[in-house]
Design a protein around this ligand. Structure first.
Ligand code: XMP
Ligand code: MG
Length: 174
């Protein structure tokens, strides 16, 4: 099996499936009768997003934006916009879907950018969160798991482009 070197499983795929289904059900309940755009942040969120939207039993729109802030296993502190958002968000409710909220740099950038687009509301959904790093500066409305300040891969998360296709989430030493 494809497993990262020097790693240990942090979240097994069974636990991941369970938490993703739960979030999907919650979003379904919360957004009934509303116009919802699910906005995935590429690349890291694509696996989580693909599973999540199939647990949202509503007529939603799915959009993507591509941002990058990481250089290997460290945050660069700068956000680069690789693929901008083309959709009109006015009067739409938006849920940002992130793989992980680490320092919060990416989220700050995104929240500021969305403000100018006049959405009806914005909420945040993150598969993982490192509260000790972002110091709980955010309301993460929908959250999979909290983790310590460690580097993880799998289920969409990468190290230099690798391990996104791993079914479990691994903690790795880099
Ligand atoms: P910030 O610091 O802006 O980081 O909240 C958000 C982005 O950084 C990447 N990131 C990670 N990627 N394992 C990864 O594979 C990690 O432990 C990790 N921590 C942050 C990720 O792309 C996220 O969207
Ligand atoms: Mg990312």
């Amino acid at each position: 099996m494809n497993e990262p070197k020097n790693s240990s499983i942090l979240f097994h795929e069974h636990a991941i499936k369970e938490v993703v289904a739960k979030i999907g059900l919650q979003i379904t309940t919360d957004y009934k009768g509303r116009s919802l755009v699910v906005l995935g942040v590429l690349k890291g969120s694509f696996v989580f997003l693909a599973d999540l939207i199939r647990h949202i039993d509503l007529d939603i729109e799915t959009e993507f934006i591509q941002l990058a802030s990481y250089d290997g296993a460290k945050s660069s502190g700068k956000v680069t916009l690789n693929a901008p958002l083309k959709t009109d968000l006015r009067n739409h409710h938006v849920i940002i879907v992130e793989d992980i909220i680490d320092t919060g740099t990416t989220l700050d950038y995104l929240l500021a950018m969305l403000k100018g687009k006049g959405p009806a509301s914005v909420r945040v959904c993150a598969f993982l969160s490192k509260p000790s790093v972002h110091k709980n500066r955010y309301t993460i409305d929908y959250q999979g798991f909290e983790i310590a300040n460690e580097f993880v891969v799998g289920y969409g998360l990468d190290y230099r482009g690798r391990y996104r296709n791993c079914r479990h989430v691994y903690q790795i030493k880099v």
